[in-house]
Every structure is written in C-alpha cells, then in structure tokens.
Write a protein that binds this ligand. Structure first.
Ligand SMILES: Nc1nc2c(ncn2[C@@H]2O[C@H](COP(=O)(O)OP(=O)(O)OP(=O)(O)O)[C@@H](O)[C@H]2O)c(=O)[nH]1
Ligand SMILES: [Mg+2]
Length: 381
C-alpha cells in the first residue's frame, strides 16, 4: 500500500497487485479514497479521462474465471456470498467459494476421464490390448453414482436455506392469521379486528425464522361469501397456498376444527401444518397465542427441524440440473455395460457426462451461458 495524493487534491491509498496475485489474476491497482461523492466522482472522471471504463456486472469474477483463478461454480458462490442475508446462506456460500463443489466435480471428472481413455484405447487398439474390462468400469462407477446422488440430494435439501421459503398463513376468518403475522414481525402490519373477513388482499412480508429467509403471507379468511371483493381475496388465498412451500393452517381452538376446515385442507397439495390458535383462552396443547407469544418458539423450532441443517457441498439449482443429466448418462453407461452395448456407445455417454460436469465448473460452458451467469452479478464483483 502506498500513500498517494490524487490530482483532484484528495489523498488516499493505492494497493498494487502483481500479475497472478489479484482477484482477477491480472496486474491491478486498487485506489482507496475518502468516500465523499464529490471526491469519488472527480477521481472516477480522472480515471476515465486516462482511458479507464466502468466494469460490467460480474466482470471481475468473469475475468477471474477466464484467468483460471476460480471455476464457474466458485464464481457463482462469490455472488451468493455477496447476496447472503442469513448466517446459513453465508456458510454455504463460503464452502462453495472455497471450492467444495469444484473439488468434488474434479475428482469425479478425473475418474470418468480415465474410464473414457480405457474404452477409447480398446476401441482403437482392440487387437493389441483386447477388450476393455467393462465389468470393472461398471463396478467403479457405483460409488461415483452414489456421490452424484448425494450432491443432488444436498441441492434439494439446501434449497430453503439458499432460496428461502414461502409460508402461507391460511384458515377461516377470525382464526388469528393477521395477529400471528403481526406478532412474528413485531409490528402492526395487517389490520386485526373481531370482524370476520377483515383481511382481503394478501399481505406479504419477509423475515428470518430459524435462520431461514422466509416470506410470510397473510391471506383472507376462507368461507362461503357473496361479497365479490372477499371472494377474490379467498381465491387469492388458495392460489398463495398452492404457490407456497408450506401452509400454516390456523384454526381457532375455542371453536375447533370444522367440516369446512377439513374440506379445505383436503384441497391443498402444499405441505400443511394444523395450528390451533388462541391457546391463552383454551390452554390447548401445541397451540399458539399471538396475545402471550406462547407456542411461537415451538412453531419456529419446528421449521428448523423441517429444514435439515446441512453443511458441506450444496449445489445450486443450475448445478442440480447438470448433475441430474450426469446421473442419467451414468445410468445409460451401466445399462449399456449390462446389455453388452458396443463400446463407442459407451464413449458417447461418458462424453455427455463429462460435458455436463464441465458446465458446472465452466470448462464446457458456452459464452452464452457465461453471459447469463455473470450478468446476474452486482457491478464491481
Ligand atoms: N385471545 C386471543 N385472541 C386472539 C388471538 N389472536 C387473534 N385474536 C383475536 O381474534 C380476532 C381475529 O383476529 P385476526 O388476526 O384479525 O384474525 P384473521 O384470521 O386475520 O381474520 P380475517 O382477516 O377476518 O380472516 C381479533 O379480535 C383478535 O384480537 C390470540 O392469540 N388470543
Ligand atoms: Mg386477517
């Protein structure tokens, strides 16, 4: 770091990075200035006059990728690190950025490449070296398939931690839905009255529950109604329930579960928890009270039991799709070996498996795919 005086009169620090030592791998210089908008903008103007330009979104990470400082998955986890809002998101992003997925994929690739070389040699030089021992290859593929299945499972289990979870609060009018939303948020977000049918439009708010980024959706109480506005609200409640990852179906414990509740619940395909409310009045077991706060800790800890705490390699949605295709190719290889298919067919399946894995690390990614991924980054990353 050097202390420098800029020609706009401000002073600051300049850090220099030798070739290969900076984030992008290029020779670089970083200027640290006083943060006033005026000082920054005049310095930026000076840099632009001298031939600099603004970076595109993700350009630094893209250059780091192209220069081999990061693989594509690590670059994606850089983006996750920047965007992390919860502790658990940050720790998954850190694992990925440090190369957990990259290393797993590289290990699998090197084994598949070895298999491919064996089969290709036997295709080209069958007279000299004889047939490939496909039984051995099939045997060696089994642990690889298990590893890929584990990665796919982790991607699915990690989805709520990575992407958050939508919870729809549903039930009959006056069940206490809006009161629960307000109690969890700690603010009077939705109107609460003793009039049945108070909530019409659904109310959506983000919060963190059990370390999971959640969106809570308070909806209109469901009942038969002649009122057009209320009917639309009820229809929206059902749509929100269908779109959610979890439904909290609230019922008033002073009334109990009614036939209407039972019929309504049957129509939901989203995972559903029945939650008795107003336990301050009835003392019902496993109930909640938005008045006293009773049962809310239990409700929230139920979320952490429901969303498994995972660590280690957690692939994202994109990686998962590539892993599913890889798994399909590996299955095709096993089937081909079991049915004595010609070796060049096996070669094709090995190649497509390697291609899919290369989409994760970026080695077989097209410019188009790279563009799509890096465009989603923040400017300056
Ligand atoms: N004793 C008690 N009363 C509650 C509790 N929660 C809500 N209430 C009361 O129940 C009534 C209805 O509460 P809301 O939260 O508006 O119920 P809702 O399910 O949103 O009702 P709609 O919007 O009409 O569908 C209000 O008078 C609340 O004060 C609770 O935990 N204990
Ligand atoms: Mg309400």
């Amino acid at each position: 770091m050097y202390r420098v005086v800029f020609s706009n009169g401000d002073d600051g620090l300049a850090g220099t990075f030798a070739l290969g030592k900076s984030y992008t791998g290029e020779e670089a210089i970083e200027l640290h200035v006083h943060g006033s908008p005026r000082s920054v903008s005049s310095l930026v103007d000076l840099c632009i006059e001298a031939g600099a330009r603004f970076a595109r979104p993700g350009e630094f990470s893209e250059r780091a990728f192209l220069n081999g400082k990061l693989d594509l998955s690590q670059a994606e986890y850089v983006n996750d690190t920047v965007r992390a809002t919860t502790e658990r998101q940050l720790s998954l992003a850190n694992e990925g950025r440090n190369g957990a997925l990259h290393q797993a994929i590289k290990r699998i690739e090197s084994i598949l490449e070895r298999h491919l070389a064996t089969i290709e040699a036997s295709v080209d030089f069958s007279e000299e070296i004889g047939e490939a021992d496909t039984e051995q290859l099939s045997h060696d593929l089994v642990p690889i398939q298990a590893e890929i299945d584990d990665l796919i499972r982790n991607a699915e289990r990690g989805r709520f931690i990575r992407e958050g979870m939508r919870i729809a609060i549903v039930g009959k009018p006056n069940a206490g839905k809006s009161s629960l939303l307000n109690r969890i948020l700690g603010v009077q977000r939705a109107i609460v009255t003793e009039i049945a049918g108070t909530t019409r439009d659904y109310v959506e708010e983000s919060c963190e529950l059990a370390g999971i980024p959640c969106v809570l959706i308070d909806t209109a109480g469901i009942r038969e109604s002649e009122d057009l506005v209320e009917c639309i609200g009820i229809q929206n409640a059902r749509i929100q329930a269908a779109r959610a990852d979890l439904v909290w179906y609230l019922f008033d414990s002073t009334i109990g579960i009614t036939i209407e509740d039972q019929n309504e619940m049957k129509s939901f395909t989203t995972p559903l928890w029945m939650i008795p409310t107003k336990s301050d009045v009835t003392g019902v077991e496993d109930g909640i009270s938005s008045y006293t706060g009773e049962g809310l800790d239990r409700l929230i800890s139920r979320i952490s039991e429901w969303v498994p705490d995972i660590s280690g390699v957690v692939p994202n949605r994109r990686h998962r799709i590539c892993l599913l295709s890889t798994a399909a190719s590996l299955n095709a290889i096993q089937e081909g070996i079991a049915n004595n298919h010609p070796d060049d067919l096996l070669v094709t399946h090995y190649r497509s498996a390697l291609h899919e894995l290369g989409l994760i690390t970026g080695s077989s990614a097209s410019d188009d795919l790279l563009d799509r991924i890096f465009r989603d980054f923040c400017i300056g990353k």
